[in-house]
Design a protein around this ligand. Structure first.
Ligand code: IMP
Ligand code: MG
Length: 335
């Protein structure tokens, strides 16, 4: 019999950078969770969280660590052990209890040769983050990869004993439209970003309670994608949104291409992910720029003000999805 009460999941509904870290951070703070777990990706991800008004960034270690919650890097993740240790030291220097961080022995190790191959071959053609993610997952699926269990001696303090109990929060990496199966292939990442991927942590799908889906009120994309053509970068209003919204990558520092919210894609992502609670963030950015536009049924629609935009989006989302709740947020503390 499993001692797991229930599992909540936070996933991205767009192309990453939807503020998942801030949501997970708020949820972890509640003290309601026994574990916060990552189920996919590696240090290609990056989140920025604010703890006591101080900004922290991590790439691999789940945000639960900032609130004293056991933080697990699951079997579906790929781990660069050098950057993992760097993150551990960074957290220690800032006074966080890193004894709570554990890695699955089944997770695969990103090797130097994976990084070389990724930066030399795929960073330019596919716009990857150059962290060796694709080559590492390829070797995993070829069954020639190296796993964390093979490096057990060096990392024994951080090896997860694979127990889970109580209430669990899973933290997604990347977003729905970067998923290996549902994204704009081959301009995708090499793992499952949809919430069902979280079950690879070792619980039954029947344990899932809430799915928190994160998006922004405008879309952004970092890395090459023909669905975000370069001419978007020349649009003065979209450029302004990017500047005011500080749309630069946490991991690579690259400028993100901005477009108006694509509600058709958001609706599809909500329905397929099973999102129960939707969080639409960065509302303050469109207010500051004073532009209230979104695509619906492939048409660009415009609202006179933010109240109109919020009510139009809410009405359409309620009509086309089964979400229980929609929250519009500006500053991270409002979630
Ligand atoms: P990779 O995951 O480094 O192989 O990159 C594949 C694609 O996913 C590229 O377009 C990246 O820019 C994008 N990507 C990967 N991780 C993130 C993320 O955390 N946020 C946003 N985009 C990401
Ligand atoms: Mg990110």
């Amino acid at each position: 019999m499993s001692d797991i009460q229930h599992v909540d999941i936070c996933c991205g509904l767009s192309w990453g950078d939807e503020g998942k870290g801030k949501i997970v951070s708020q949820l972890s703070k509640s003290g309601n969770y026994d574990f916060v777990c990552r189920w996919s990706g590696g240090n290609n991800a990056g989140h920025t969280v604010y703890v006591n008004n101080k900004q922290y960034s991590t790439h691999l270690i789940p945000s639960g660590i900032f609130y004293g919650v056991k933080s697990i890097i699951g079997p579906g993740c790929v781990v660069n052990l050098n950057s993992f240790m760097q993150e551990i030291r960074y957290l220690q220097e800032n006074g966080f209890d890193t004894r709570l961080v554990k890695i699955s022995p089944r997770a695969h190790v990103v090797l130097e040769q994976h990084i070389q191959e990724d930066t030399q071959k795929y960073a330019k053609t596919l716009g990857t983050t150059g962290n060796g993610i694709g080559p590492c997952y390829r070797d995993k699926h070829l069954r020639v990869g190296k796993r964390v269990i093979d490096c057990m001696d060096d990392f024994k303090d951080y090896i997860w004993d694979e127990t889970l109990y109580g209430t669990i929060l899973c933290e997604g990496a990347q977003g729905f439209w970067l998923d290996i199966d549902y994204g704009n292939y081959p301009y995708v990442t090499s793992s499952s970003t949809l919430p069902y991927g979280a079950c690879s942590l070792g619980f039954s799908p029947k344990k899932i309670r809430y799915i928190y889906g994160a998006t922004k009120i405008y879309d952004t994309r970092v890395g090459y994608d023909p669905d975000f053509p370069d001419n978007l970068l020349d649009d003065p209003i979209l450029t302004k949104l990017g500047e005011v919204g500080k749309e630069f990558g946490t991991t690579t520092g690259r400028r993100r291409t901005v477009n108006y919210l694509n509600l058709d894609k958001l609706i599809q992502a909500i329905n397929m992910s099973g999102t129960t609670h939707l969080i639409i963030s960065k509302v303050d950015i469109v207010v500051e720029v004073g532009v209230f536009k979104y695509y619906f049924e492939n048409t660009l629609l415009s609202c006179p003000d933010i109240d109109c935009m919020k009510s139009c989006l809410t009405t359409l989302l309620r009509k086309h999805t089964c979400i229980e709740d929609v929250v519009f947020s500006s500053k991270p503390t409002e979630i």
